[in-house]
Design a protein around this ligand. Structure first.
Ligand code: PLP
Length: 440
């Protein structure tokens, strides 16, 4: 166990997406982790109800992944992937293609979900240009969508707090209406019944801007960061059909839903959709090394493979695209997922999880419960005039009782590692029940 830090030691680190001043008066620190648990700096075990930050799908500190990184760091620390290569990056890409939805034959590596999104947006615009449609440049996101924090992702994103500090953002961006509908769909189990017609909102934007100006639509299959907003039955199929009709690329942002969260390898598999581009990160290395990947079909990739063969086809990339340690982590992670059946394990647990979640109905302030695969959310009515306070208090209370949940707005989101056992699901919901019954 490490020595406890004092308030003064905490000053230098400006924490991301955190109420810094409050945190530093009462810090919450993890010093180690193993499978389903964290250990705090005062020696308490905390059950991980959020897979870290939606990323540790195989549980913590898995020896196969740890050893792969250690070996790689000692053998080849860094090699450029601009005009050079190393075997692990090709192996990692091939392994990804093997588990990707059919037709996704090519992989572009990044270092995060945000970078995957920027890459996908640039790719979409450049794809149309390569095919002679240089006017197709507009990007369509969705209200309440989250696509990371870079300028493109913030622009197509639809969470007001993430946008309002940053000026006008990118031009040429518009948004579909969100699909969250408490009036019609509260306490739905899995995909809600009502709202497929909201996909037709894309036709409204096509009528407004004309399809000849629109490059792509980007949506999360399940909008997890905004509180696990699950698409209404039929919505995604309808959206995909409209995109295809207007030659608009469909980008599915699977930074969270990729790698087994819903019970299939990807959300595209789960919902039976064929997008053009899939963005990933997080679970790709089990959260251990920063890494992201953009998966594309041959239709996209091949459109770039023209002109003289000595000329760079896509003027884009990161110093750490395909970093050797990250690639070693990808390979060991995907092997772990496959050896342990984790890409489909959520499907086996989904019913048990659903029952446990919906047993919370009727507890104080609970106004909705949503679930899909091995994720879900409990929405609370906000304290009047003090949005986010109610869920934040419950997050702190859960932590003190030995459970990590995620508070997002006035919603408590859950997404445990996919190795969770039924007894641990029971434990998670026992703690959460106490929290919801007693927290102020
Ligand atoms: C759908 C989606 N896209 C992009 C991101 C950004 O990923 P990162 O934080 O790795 O940049 C996230 C992060 O939660 C996400 O959920």
């Amino acid at each position: 166990m490490s020595a406890k830090l004092t308030t003064n030691d905490l000053d230098a680190f400006w924490m991301p997406f955190t109420a810094n001043r409050q945190f530093k008066t009462a810090p919450r620190m993890f010093v180690s982790a193993d499978r389903m648990h964290y250990t705090t700096d005062d020696g308490r075990r905390v059950l991980d109800g959020t897979a870290g930050l939606w990323c540790v799908n195989a549980g913590h500190c898995r020896p196969k992944i740890v050893e792969a990184i250690q070996r790689q760091a000692a053998a080849l620390d860094f090699a450029p992937t601009f005009q050079m290569g190393h075997p692990k990056v090709f192996e990692a890409a091939s392994k990804l293609v093997n588990i990707a939805p059919s037709g996704f034959n090519h992989v572009f590596f990044t270092n995060s979900g945000s970078e995957s999104v920027e890459t996908a947006l640039k790719m979409a615009i450049a794809y149309h240009r390569a095919r002679g449609n240089a006017s197709k440049v507009r990007l369509i996101g969705r209200e309440r969508g989250y696509h990371g924090v870079n300028l493109g992702g913030t622009s197509v994103g639809g969470i007001a707090n993430n946008r309002k500090m940053f000026g006008a953002l990118m031009t040429g961006v518009d948004h579909l209406r969100h699909t969250h509908d408490l009036e019609r769909n509260a306490f739905s189990r899995g995909e809600p019944e009502h709202g497929a017609e909201l996909a037709d909102d894309l036709e409204r934007l096509v009528a407004l801007h004309d399809a000849s100006t629109i490059a792509a639509v980007i949506v999360e299959p399940v909008a997890c960061s905004a509180g696990v907003l699950i698409p209404p039955k039929g919505y995604l199929t309808r959206l995909a059909d409209i995109c295809a009709r207007h030659d608009i690329l469909l980008v599915m942002d699977e930074v969270i839903t990729g790698f087994g969260r819903l019970g299939a390898p990807f959300g595209a598999d789960y919902f039976g959709i064929s997008p053009d581009i899939i963005t990933t990160a997080k679970g790709i290395t089990n959260g251990v090394v920063p890494m992201g990947a953009v998966l594309v079909t041959s239709k996209i990739h091949d459109a770039f493979m023209t002109g003289p063969d000595y000329v760079i086809e896509f003027f884009h990339g990161y110093t750490y695209s395909g970093n050797p340690m990250a690639c070693a982590a990808v390979i060991a992670t995907l092997e772990t997922y496959q050896e342990e059946g984790l890409l489909t394990r959520a499907a086996e647990l989904a019913r048990y999880w659903e029952e446990a979640m919906h047993a919370l109905e009727g507890l104080p302030h609970v106004i909705d419960i949503r679930n899909i695969g091995l994720t879900g959310a409990i929405e609370l009515d906000p304290v009047p005039g003090e949005p986010t306070r109610r869920a934040y208090r419950r997050f702190v209370d859960a932590f003190e009782r030995g459970l990590l949940v995620r508070a997002t707005g006035d919603t408590i989101a859950l997404s445990p590692p996919l190795i969770i056992e039924k007894a641990q699901i029971d434990e998670l919901f026992d703690i959460l029940t106490k929290v919801l019954k007693t927290a102020k």
